[in-house]
Design a protein around this ligand. Sequence first.
Ligand SMILES: *[C@@H]1O[C@H](CO)[C@@H](O)[C@H](O)[C@H]1NC(C)=O
Ligand SMILES: *[C@@H]1O[C@H](CO)[C@@H](O)[C@H](O)[C@H]1NC(C)=O
Ligand SMILES: *[C@@H]1O[C@H](CO)[C@@H](O)[C@H](O)[C@H]1NC(C)=O
Ligand SMILES: *[C@@H]1O[C@H](CO)[C@@H](O)[C@H](O)[C@H]1NC(C)=O
Ligand SMILES: *[C@@H]1O[C@H](CO)[C@@H](O)[C@H](O)[C@H]1NC(C)=O
Ligand SMILES: *[C@@H]1O[C@H](CO)[C@@H](O)[C@H](O)[C@H]1NC(C)=O
Ligand SMILES: *[C@@H]1O[C@H](CO)[C@@H](O)[C@H](O)[C@H]1NC(C)=O
Ligand SMILES: *[C@@H]1O[C@H](CO)[C@@H](O)[C@H](O)[C@H]1NC(C)=O
Length: 360
Amino acid sequence: METSRYTLPLLLVAISSLLSLSAQMTGNFKCGEPGDSNTTCRSLVGYSTKNATTYASIQTLFAVESLRSILEANNLPLSTPGAQRVNPNQLVRVPIPCTCSNGTGVSTTGVPVYTVKQGDTLFAIASELFGGLVRFQRISEMNKIPDANEIDIGQRVWIPLPCSCDKVNGGDVVHYAHVVKSGSSLGAVAAQFGTDNGTLALLNGISGDAPLLADYPLDVPLRACSSSVRNNSLDASSMLLPNGSYSITANDCIRCSCEASNNWTLSCEAAQLRPTTWSTCPPSRCPGADNLFLGNTTSTSCGPRSCAYAGYSSQTIFTTLSPDSCSDSGPSGNFASTLSPSFSFVVVLFQCALFCVLLL
Ligand SMILES: *[C@@H]1O[C@H](CO)[C@@H](O)[C@H](O)[C@H]1NC(C)=O
Ligand SMILES: *[C@@H]1O[C@H](CO)[C@@H](O)[C@H](O)[C@H]1NC(C)=O
Ligand SMILES: *[C@@H]1O[C@H](CO)[C@@H](O)[C@H](O)[C@H]1NC(C)=O
Ligand SMILES: *[C@@H]1O[C@H](CO)[C@@H](O)[C@H](O)[C@H]1NC(C)=O
Ligand SMILES: *[C@@H]1O[C@H](CO)[C@@H](O)[C@H](O)[C@H]1NC(C)=O
Ligand SMILES: *[C@@H]1O[C@H](CO)[C@@H](O)[C@H](O)[C@H]1NC(C)=O
Ligand SMILES: *[C@@H]1O[C@H](CO)[C@@H](O)[C@H](O)[C@H]1NC(C)=O
Ligand SMILES: *[C@@H]1O[C@H](CO)[C@@H](O)[C@H](O)[C@H]1NC(C)=O
């Protein structure tokens, strides 16, 4: 009985390690260089299982801080209940916190943690429960489990999911762990995710047209929308959004979305929700003579300019006018004197911040 339980997994391991030599896929994602200091970011994994599940179960399994961040990553309405069914083999994008350490990216230590149940094997946990996103050897290695065949009921194991924070071809991307389906090719995956096979090959250390190894995670860089969010905004690290996703930010006052059809530019508007920390949402109006609000676009003799979200601080929301074809530099404010008192305050803060940046 014991033999039959392990024969299949061992056989599969033997086969997959053989194949991995030919395709050079390791299941680990490169992130920074060995010896770099640790960096962190948000990353995505593509999850699907053979069994039906729910968004709430996925949230629990991956220890995602809120159901909302799963809904945002999948462009689902905020009203979607956690109990909503996820069909077998349906792909769900799950956001994970990523830490890059010594050249490799893995989900931040302790995220997620799985508690071993009766009948579990590390192999089944890795390949079925977590949909092949991680190899069981990696779980065993990162948890310092001496014998992968000996895990105890109730034992808590960290599931080190692959991820990365690296820029790709100099551009901002969100890394997505895609579990390869059998018969797939680099070209097919590249076409599915709007990248090219050369980039995928380079990123994953695959040479030539080697067949892809099924059930291994491939590092797929999803192009992110450009935004006007400043790097010192409280949400600076979370406004990197790929096509087909959105994010509610600034204490629930602002909703930003990324659509490739909007020229890969982050588009933000008032979220029309009850704010979390503030009693009311600060005015999200752009500096300028026109009565431009966040999301409004105006046409000028130099072409269209829109009022873009530029981030928030503990007191206020920043906005900026997107550059038009006459602008010689980046986004700039165009402050008018006819401002309401609360708006002047915003402008003063904005200028203070600018001043501080200049001082530094
Ligand atoms: C970097 O991350 C690794 C693994 O998560 C951890 O062991 C190490 O202590 C971290 N180093 C620093 C300087 O934080
Ligand atoms: C960092 O990576 C290098 C090469 O990949 C390896 O030799 C070294 O042992 C690693 N250091 C740590 C602390 O893991
Ligand atoms: C999927 O469902 C089957 C039948 O209910 C069950 O035996 C199996 O453990 C489930 N697999 C996972 C990964 O939950
Ligand atoms: C990418 O695809 C093209 C055409 O399908 C092929 O000629 C080329 O060898 C591929 N490159 C890589 C690195 O797989
Ligand atoms: C933030 O942006 C400013 C100017 O845009 C730049 O000088 C500064 O180095 C950036 N800081 C970080 C931490 O990226
Ligand atoms: C962007 O996402 C939409 C669905 O949200 C999809 O139909 C479209 O093909 C995607 N475009 C690109 C270029 O990835
Ligand atoms: C799309 O954005 C690029 C810069 O990101 C800009 O050069 C180009 O003019 C934009 N196109 C349209 C149609 O807005
Ligand atoms: C500007 O946006 C506000 C709220 O988003 C909307 O009510 C208003 O009609 C828009 N104005 C113009 C000129 O588009």
